[in-house]
Every structure is written in C-alpha cells, then in structure tokens.
Design a binder for this molecule. Structure first.
Ligand SMILES: Nc1ncnc2c1ncn2[C@@H]1O[C@H](COP(=O)(O)OP(=O)(O)OP(=O)(O)O)[C@@H](O)[C@H]1O
Ligand SMILES: [Mg+2]
Length: 231
C-alpha cells in the first residue's frame, strides 16, 4: 500500500499541490485525471523521489521514501514517457536492463509475445512508431514486476485494438495484486479500468469511487462547468 501524507509542491511561486494526502491499496487501479498542465506528471515524479517532497511522508509497504530510499524505490516503477528511452538501443536491450536493475524473474520473451512485440524486439527505439514505443514502455513495466506502477498517459497514440490490449493488461496486473496509478485523458478508458479516480483540481485531489458513472460527465462537471462559473 502507498500512503501519502501532507504532500505539497511548487515550481517557484507556482503551487502545484497543497497538502495532499491519499492512499493506494494493493490490487487497486487509480485513474489520475486533470487538464493539461495541472500537475499529474509532477505528482508521479514526486512519488518516486524525482522531485523533492519536502515535509511530506511517503510510505510504500512500510518503507519510507526518504529514510529507506532504496527499499522504497525497488518496489516502484516509473518512466515518464517514451522520450526517456535510449534511441540507439533496441527493445530487447531496454527489457534486459529493467530485468537486471529490478532483479526480476519475469520472462522477457513471454512478455514480448503477450504484447505482440516479438517482430520488432531487435529494432532500435529511433526506428519505432509512437504506438510501438508505448508498447516498449508497458513491456518495461511488466518486466520490472514492481508492486507499484506509476504510468503516465500510457494510452497516448494507441490504436483501438492496442487500447483494449493495454486495458486487459492493467486488469491482469490488478489481479496479481499490483497497484497502478495511471494518468489519462481518455475518460472512457478511465471509466473501464479504474476502481477510483483522483481528479487533481485547485492543488488538491478529489477522490471519486468508480460506480460505473460516466467519467466524461464527471470531468465536465469538475473542470469545464467550473471554468464557466469563473467567467
Ligand atoms: N521543470 C519545471 N519547471 C517549472 N515549471 C514546471 C516544470 N515542469 C512542469 N512545470 C509546470 O507545472 C505544471 C504542471 O505540469 P505537469 O507536467 O505536471 O502537468 P500535467 O498535468 O502532467 O499536464 P499534461 O496533461 O499536459 O501532461 C505546469 O503548469 C508546468 O508548466
Ligand atoms: Mg503530464
């Protein structure tokens, strides 16, 4: 379980989060939703120590991010986007790297087959399409076998079949007891996969349980209607 208490963060005078507290349980999928430039990527970066979290207390299965940094980080996987892949290395190189660094026993060839990536496993990243690079990122998450997966806009650039494939994989990970915090602008997918949605608004997190409601409608009432009221 991930427990976050009193997390605040600002870029200079630009406050992004104001004393946010939340938990993510084992086997839970949380959708992270907010308009562009609100702070989703910033939040994910804070949760794995890529940005300083100040006085906040962040614990993952009893390990504290500041006090037991290595034990905390070996349970978590986050790679912001395919821009962070090594352009001159191939797909297999990336997966072997993750296997080694996360001491994983996940079978790379089976993962490639599951994601229908075997044909391009020897291709360099610089020769892949956006959707193919999204597959590489997801394969890295699977190979890491980490308990907590922070996934930033994994559905960007995917065709409808791949979206279904990714949603199935998220559900499989959930059934293995993994915790997923997944940011997305695809409200229909968020509605299908999430147990709970964190809407980031006014530097706070508004938690909505997913009871099958129309998430696009939730989004509109949370962000667009609120904008109208400011006019
Ligand atoms: N390194 C930085 N220095 C200063 N400001 C930054 C930095 N990174 C992000 N910001 C600002 O912080 C805010 C939140 O950015 P963030 O990337 O977290 O948003 P986001 O919700 O992930 O947006 P998107 O949906 O476009 O990915 C934005 O206003 C952005 O301009
Ligand atoms: Mg972002």
């Amino acid at each position: 379980m991930l427990e976050v208490k009193q997390l605040s963060f600002a870029f200079g005078k630009h406050q992004i989060l104001d004393e946010v507290s939340f938990t993510v349980g084992d086997g839970q999928i949380i959708g992270l939703v907010a308009p562009n430039g609100t702070g989703k990527t910033t939040l994910l970066s804070l949760l794995c120590g890529l940005l300083p979290s100040g006085k906040a207390e962040i614990n993952l299965n009893g390990e504290n991010l500041k006090k037991n940094r290595v034990k905390f980080l070996e349970q978590i996987f986050f790679l912001e986007s395919s821009n962070h892949l090594y352009y001159d290395l191939n797909v297999l190189d990336h997966l072997k790297y993750v296997e080694k660094m996360w001491h994983s026993k996940v079978n790379i060839e089976e993962t490639l087959a599951e994601l229908e990536m075997t044909d391009y496993k020897k291709k360099k990243i610089k020769h892949l399409s956006l959707g193919m690079k999204q597959h590489v990122l997801l394969a890295m998450y699977l190979v890491s076998d980490a308990k907590m997966l922070l996934i930033d806009e994994p559905l960007n650039g995917l065709d409808p079949t791949s979206i279904q494939q990714f949603e199935k994989i998220f559900r499989d990970l959930k059934s293995q007891g993994k915790s997923l915090l997944v940011s997305s602008h695809q409200m229909d997918s968020v509605g299908r996969i999430s147990d709970t949605v964190f809407f980031l608004r006014d530097q706070k997190i508004q938690v909505e349980e997913n009871a099958g409601q129309d998430m696009m409608h939730e989004y509109t009432s949370m962000f667009l209607d609120a904008e109208d009221r400011h006019d």
